[in-house]
Ligand binder design. Sequence first.
Ligand code: ZN
Length: 157
Amino acid sequence: MKARPVDAVTQDIRRLARDMIDTMYDRDGIGLAAPQIGQSLQLFVANPSQERGREMVVLNPVVESASGRATVTEGCLSLPNVWQRIARAARVRLSGMDLSGQPLTIEAEGLLAIVLQHEVDHLQGCLFVDHLPWFRRLWVRDARRFLRHGVLRGSQP
Ligand code: ZN
């Protein structure tokens, strides 16, 4: 499901962004989108450096351009224990709004470009495994079911 645009930066939106930044650090993530914590809003936070104070908050993001190709092993806080190599654009330009309601443009490459595409996907209702060919998606689904039923956990001391 596609998330709803943020109309105005209210106190609630600022509080949500702060909570999301805390959650991202708590869970050792480098990005988090509002739908991942049950809020259907076009808002994500990201910080590939994991250095406090360098987090970015983007509202209503739009990918303006994408070029090149990069394949990186990705994981997601919404799919614990799943890591898959995903092909994405190597460079992206993204526009949106910042937390003070001002327009913002981000030109990114490297890990940041990957994170931005991953988070924008969440806002479109898409997970990184949706980029996999169908047979690998099935494999991921079966592996997750296996983990959920505790078969692996049960075999550990
Ligand atoms: Zn994710």
